[in-house]
Design a protein around this ligand. Structure first.
Ligand SMILES: Nc1ncnc2c1ncn2[C@@H]1O[C@H](COP(=O)(O)OP(=O)(O)OP(=O)(O)O)[C@@H](O)[C@H]1O
Ligand SMILES: [Mg+2]
Length: 373
């Protein structure tokens, strides 16, 4: 028997059947009275197999009871509709995820039907999950790279005082062995330098520990020229041994800066050591000039200039990259660390050609208390 259907009903049935998303109509018993092809395909079954079946029978067992309760509230006319997310078993395929909108339909003869619109979001979910996994992998790789840089940075900072300690100790041993001990002050001086370098290493470790604990660093008001003088004392003997003359050109009367003095000394030390290393092979007199001066309205600067081989314009920027080195035993971290320290002080560190020959590195730091100071 062919049921007599109105034109409107026929159109509805066509739309229903052809809809690109899953559609189903259920009755007051929560059984399917109409399903479309999209739903059958999604569940890897046929429309015939679904017709008349209990709606619960196609759900994952752990979701069935909850879904029945929701349907009962709708069928009892307590709600007009609801939206849920569901998982559906799909034959031998992996389960499907769907956004489901359920709407109550009150029929002309006083009955109730439920209309389900079931949108398969499995692919979208999978794509999102893949993006999430990819992002997590990227974040992990970035963390690893940062960790690598940090470890190299720590190695670099701790290595410097250790190398100095070894030098002083070896020098003293040689003097003692050769009986060259007329002047005990030389040995005493070496011992006190060993002690201060060791203090320096332990200060670096202490700072690392506070960094790990995220303690804020101690900033002090300091005149730049004092930092320059302290750094000079640290490198003096090392520099003399390399036949390098240091010229100090310090502007007095310039405003102070607010800094972690150890960190700024670390930058100047790195610059002086690099300058000495750059001039290692040259027969011309080796000269390093440390200058402090006012740099514009808002900052003061300290520069370290050498008369070494200089840097090509392309390298003036690259030398600040982590791991960039031309030295056999270099880590390539000195300038990269120095620049991050400068930036953490809201300062800048850059390199330029020195006239007539060599390179100048300049560290500019904001004046403490602004430019009225
Ligand atoms: N004053 C300078 N003159 C010429 N080249 C320089 C100068 N300072 C640095 N460079 C170049 O920049 C590179 C990077 O310097 P950086 O201090 O970052 O690392 P490094 O000295 O090689 O190793 P380390 O990590 O032990 O300091 C050096 O290898 C050198 O080629
Ligand atoms: Mg270096």
């Amino acid at each position: 028997m062919t049921p007599v259907v109105s034109q409107g009903e026929e159109q509805f049935q066509r739309v229903f059947a052809e809809a690109p998303i899953g559609m189903a109509l259920f009755d007051s018993e929560y059984r399917f009275v109409l399903v479309n092809r999209a739903l059958a395909q999604m569940l890897d079954t046929t429309e015939e197999a679904l017709m008349g079946a209990s709606c619960e029978s196609i759900l994952q067992p752990d979701e069935a009871a909850g879904q029945r309760l929701l349907a009962e509230r709708l069928l009892g006319r307590e709600v007009q509709g609801y939206k849920v997310q569901r998982r559906y078993p799909s034959g031998s395929r992996p389960e499907r995820f769907a956004d489901v909108t359920v709407t109550r339909i009150d029929t002309e003869d006083g009955g109730v039907l439920g209309l389900e619109m079931i949108e398969d979001i499995t692919e979208a979910r999978r794509a999102k999950e893949q993006t999430r996994v990819h992002e997590a992998e990227l974040a992990h790789a970035t963390r690893l790279a940062m960790l690598g840089e940090m470890v190299a940075g720590i190695a670099h900072e701790v290595n410097q005082p250790l190398a100095a300690i070894v030098n002083y100790a070896n020098g003293s041993t040689r003097r003692l062995q050769s009986g060259d001990v007329q002047d005990m002050r030389v040995i005493q001086d070496a011992l006190s330098r060993i002690a201060s370098e060791a203090m320096r290493a332990s200060e670096i470790v202490r700072r690392l520990k506070s960094l790990a604990r995220k303690e804020s660093v101690q900033r002090e008001r300091q005149p730049l020229e004092e930092i320059a003088e302290r750094t000079l004392r640290l490198v003096e003997s090392e520099v003399q041994a390399k036949d390098v003359t240091i010229v100090m050109d310090l502007a007095r009367e310039i405003p102070p800066v607010l800094v972690d003095p150890i960190q700024i000394e670390q930058i100047v030390l790195n610059l002086v050591r690099n300058a000495c290393e750059a001039m290692l092979e040259q027969s011309d007199p080796k000269r390093v000039t440390i200058r402090t001066f006012r740099e514009g309205d808002e900052s003061v600067a300290i520069s370290v200039a050498d008369n070494g081989p200089g840097l090509s314009p392309a390298l003036l920027h690259r030398v600040f990259d982590a791991f960039f080195t031309t030295k056999r035993s270099g880590l390539g971290m000195g300038l990269s660390i120095s620049r991050s320290i400068a930036e953490s002080h809201h300062g800048r560190l850059w390199a330029e050609e020195n006239a007539p020959q060599g390179t100048v590195f300049t560290l500019a730091l904001p004046i403490f208390g602004g430019n009225e100071n």
